[in-house]
Design a binder for this molecule. Structure first.
Ligand code: NIG
Ligand code: FE
Length: 407
């Protein structure tokens, strides 16, 4: 039963208030037992019964809830650095996709990889994420695009969840694009998705959410509605890659379907913003994806002003966002999406937890929630995200256990 003492600034990130209200406690302490938080408050108010607990000294640093990366495409075969070069010299993400590259190139490499190979690679990535203060990760399939390989990706997530410390939240993204063997039979692929693949994944409980890439190179609104309805029938909540490269009223569909989140949104319309607000959908800003595709970033300031909660994530994938560095995405969310550091911190903790349906047990530092937290080498959040460094995380605690300590 340990107590973290001598905390200079503890950002609880409790839900009350709005995006920038992170409910800081200065000169704080935090007590926990096994996996859960028992008490958080001013150190001077630490109840006597906790004062004899084993002590851990935070050395006046910043303590935050464990970061939650609520949008990643974690497991994939190969990389796509050649496309990075092509985009630099002027080809667009869509042109590359239309000429057979993009997602389909990763589909070919992921189909060739064994589950074991994917697991080994993900272990290294997850250790890197833990070292950055990340404790929960949403992870999508979408590089298999047939029953066998989508299930392979989701089983990789299940195994990883069970054999390492971080919590993984799996999402089925079989509607990422149309696989080559169905190139001229999109309707048949949709039939396979709705009648076989989605029900099978639902039955095996391999995913919690169903996601669709709504875009010219992928699926339109009517097709996405069918897929999400099939997901719903199979017990999967809805998520959406919406209005990324063009406005196709993805935000409207997310609202109609009661999705937990609508992600990307670089091209969202004013109407779309109102739909998200009225339906209480979390918007997910993915600044790394805008940066790597040379796109105008989402104006998240506008969303916050209009009353839409905004989460921040990496979108880690081998094409549009080849980095799992969530603190980098967080600093980019300040300078590109125009969120303040405090707003970004709530966006990568409590609002990210909401975007994966996990806010009842994580995302903020409160008695009863999981003891998932990180010590950051900064006096407070503004300083942390402004003075960007390779890694400012000194210590990560997941379910009450230290899983990373910076040497
Ligand atoms: O979120 N937009 C669609 N899916 C990914 C990109 C995946 C890829 O390029 O492999 C994204 O940006
Ligand atoms: Fe994505």
């Amino acid at each position: 039963m340990p107590v973290l003492t001598n905390i200079g600034c503890l950002a609880t990130c409790r839900d009350e208030g709005w995006q920038g209200d992170i409910h800081v406690i200065d000169d704080a302490a935090l007590a926990w037992e096994d996996e859960h938080i028992l008490w958080v408050g001013k150190e001077s108010d630490l109840p006597y019964r906790y004062s004899h607990f084993e002590k851990l000294n935070a050395r006046r640093k910043l303590v935050i809830p464990g970061l939650i990366d609520c949008h990643t495409h974690l497991a994939f075969g190969g990389w796509r650095e050649k496309e990075f070069e092509q985009r630099i010299i002027g080809k667009s993400y869509l042109e590359i996709a239309q000429s057979g590259g993009g997602i389909l190139s990763t589909v070919a490499q992921t189909r060739r990889a064994s589950g074991e190979e994917l697991i080994i690679r993900c272990h290294g990535i997850l250790a890197g994420m833990a070292a950055l203060g990340i404790t929960t990760i949403e992870c999508k399939s979408g590089y298999g695009l047939n029953l066998k390989d989508e299930v392979k990706q989701l089983q990789v997530y299940r195994k990883l969840h069970n054999e390492q410390a971080l919590d993984l939240v799996p999402t089925l993204l079989a509607a990422h694009t149309v696989p080559p063997e169905f190139a001229s039979a999109k309707e048949d692929y949709l039939k396979l998705l709705c009648e076989e693949l989605i029900p099978a994944v639902g039955e095996k409980k391999l995913a919690e959410f169903c996601d669709v890439f709504v875009e010219k190179s992928a699926f339109n609104i009517e097709e996405a509605r069918k897929v999400l309805n099939a997901g719903n029938k199979a017990g999967l909540g809805a998520k959406l890659h919406a209005d990324q490269l063009s406005d196709s009223n993805g935000a409207g569909l997310a609202a109609e379907m009661g999705a937990v989140s609508a992600d990307h949104l670089e091209c969202i319309s004013q109407e779309g913003i109102q739909h998200l607000r009225d339906a209480g959908v979390i918007a997910v800003a993915l600044p790394l994806a805008s940066l790597f595709t040379f796109q105008k970033p989402l104006d998240a300031r506008r969303l916050v002003r209009e009353g839409v909660p905004v989460a921040v994530a990496t979108d880690f994938n081998p094409g549009s966002a080849p980095s799992y560095h969530l603190p980098l995405a967080m600093t980019l969310a300040c300078v590109q999406n125009r969120l303040t550091p405090k707003e970004v911190l709530k966006g990568a903790t409590l609002y990210a937890a909401k975007a994966v349906g996990r806010n009842s047990d994580r995302g903020s530092l409160e008695a009863g929630k999981l003891a998932d937290f990180a010590i950051i080498d900064s006096p407070e959040p503004d300083h942390w995200l402004y003075h960007f460094r390779a890694n400012a995380c000194l210590l990560t605690v997941k379910r009450g256990k230290v899983i990373h300590e910076q040497k």
